[in-house]
Design a protein around this ligand. Structure first.
Ligand code: 4AD
Ligand code: MG
Length: 431
């Protein structure tokens, strides 16, 4: 038995006979030589089968192989400067596991609907594979960032009795005869948890019945949400910039090959180090005016506005002090200018839009109760949340980073549908 290895480990086995278990990515022939591109999920390796060096039986097997057939190849790993991997295999044996018949995703151009219908297979292809690898790296870096800073992971429930982010995008379900909603954000529970642990984060899927069909909206997306006791808006913005910079620099360090596969220009990513520019809502409105946008003062920024704003800077930009009117009920207002909420959004550069939304939270019982009433929310559902303002209330702040939009920006992918393994969109719940 030869050692069974992952292709990515090839360097450790130079000039040794090894076995690789994988799938046929592609094959070409040249006279009495077959070049099999074999993938195993970790990388792709070229496996060379020379007729004069293998048994007839082994060589004949190459005639049967089709794209995405599963196979086990054994051979010697040899350094090869021309290959992206740096190694190729000189094959001595092939075992066919299964012959794939008519793999639907071929080298010809496919339309996006076809590819989305075949998402379960599409994720095997190079580009999708690279995007999902980087997604993995981003999530890993995000968790590591909080672990290194003594945050405790306290996950929030998915079934909730109330709305956190407005009542228009709620997914309603039936909970043993009572209405329940899929969570829009874990924040309210993270607030309870931060009063118990000081600094916490939650990370999970969140749901919004978004009727908008844009390249930035999913109905199911993943959000990572830190919440810190005794934090104000300034602290919150600083945490957010350190966090995003940490994620980007980790991807640059560990996922160069994938960024190259995606032909990502990394200049702006390299530049993503603190401090990030931080501008008041009023300044953002001025920028839009300068660009000739007829922007109604007091409104929230739309996708097109965000693109203009983000293109003004060569790294992510934080916009703070949004008009309180357009923001969530739980946000604290600035005592100095109470028409503004102590809120902030981070916009990714290059037109990828908002990746972070956050704020300092209202910590006064009476004010919060009044906001809940103003927003026509049911007080009963929020009794537990109001308790947090009764028993040792402190200033606190947090934010939520949308994983898919972050993946879209870092990988340079225009549409969020390619940044999650199985996207859920307005008109898609298959596969
Ligand atoms: O700005 P949002 O709505 O903020 C909250 O939910 C807060 N409760 C977070 C907090 O303070 N703990 O959403 C946060 C982020 C957005 O910036 C965006 O990146 C992402 O979540 N997001 C979406 N991503 C994909 N599809 C959607 N429909 C999204 N809606 C929000
Ligand atoms: Mg937001």
């Amino acid at each position: 038995m030869k050692p069974v290895i992952r292709i990515s480990q090839s360097a450790q086995y130079e000039n040794q006979e090894v076995t690789i278990k994988g799938w046929l990515y592609n094959m070409r022939s040249s006279g009495k030589v077959r070049f099999l591109l074999v993938r195993d999920g970790s990388a792709i390796i070229q496996c060379v089968v020379v007729k004069s060096e293998v048994s007839d039986e082994v060589f004949e097997k190459t005639e049967l192989l089709t794209q995405e057939s599963s196979l086990i190849v054994t051979g010697k790993l040899v350094a090869d400067k021309r290959s992206p991997l740096g190694y190729e295999m000189h094959v001595s044996d092939i075992e066919i596991v299964q012959i794939a018949k008519d793999y639907p995703i071929t080298k010809k151009e496919h339309g996006i609907d076809f590819l989305m219908d075949h998402r379960h297979l599409w994720i095997r292809s190079k580009r999708q594979h690279a995007i999902l690898r980087i997604r993995h790296e981003i999530i890993n870096a995000a968790r590591q960032f909080f672990n290194e800073r003594d945050f405790v992971l306290v996950d929030s429930p998915i079934f909730t009795p109330n709305a956190a982010e407005g009542t228009t995008t709620l997914f309603k379900t039936d909970y043993f005869g009572s209405p329940a909603y899929l969570t829009q954000s874990g924040q309210l529970y993270a607030e309870a948890a931060c009063m118990a642990f000081g600094r916490v984060y939650c990370f999970g899927p969140t749901f919004r019945a978004e009727k908008s069909k844009t390249r930035r909206h999913l109905t199911e997306f993943w959000m990572i949400e830190p919440e810190v006791a005794y934090f104000d808006l300034q602290d919150d913005m600083q945490l957010a910039e350190e966090f995003v910079s940490y994620i980007v620099q980790t991807v640059l360090k560990n996922r160069r090959a994938e960024l190259e596969t995606l032909e990502r220009d990394t200049k702006i990513l390299e530049n993503t180090v603190p401090p990030f520019p931080k501008i008041h809502y009023n300044e953002a409105v001025e920028i839009l005016k300068k660009h000739g946008v007829d922007f109604p003062y007091g409104d929230d920024f739309g996708g097109a506005d965000e693109t203009i704003l983000s293109e003004e800077f060569d790294k992510p930009v934080i916009i703070h002090h949004y008009p309180a009117e357009i923001k969530a009920f739980y946000m604290k207002r600035d005592p100095q200018e109470p028409q503004f909420a102590l809120a902030m959004d981070m916009l990714a550069p290059e037109g990828y839009g908002e990746i972070i939304g956050g704020s300092q939270r209202e910590d006064d019982y009476d004010t919060l109760l009044q906001r809940i009433r103003e927003h026509n929310l049911d007080e009963k559902d929020f009794e537990w949340y109001l308790d947090l303002r009764k028993y040792g209330s402190v200033p606190h702040a947090g934010f939520g980073l949308g994983i898919e939009r972050t993946v879209a920006w870092i990988t340079g992918t225009k549409h969020v549908r390619e940044t999650i393994p199985f996207p859920r969109l307005l008109q898609r719940i298959y596969p």
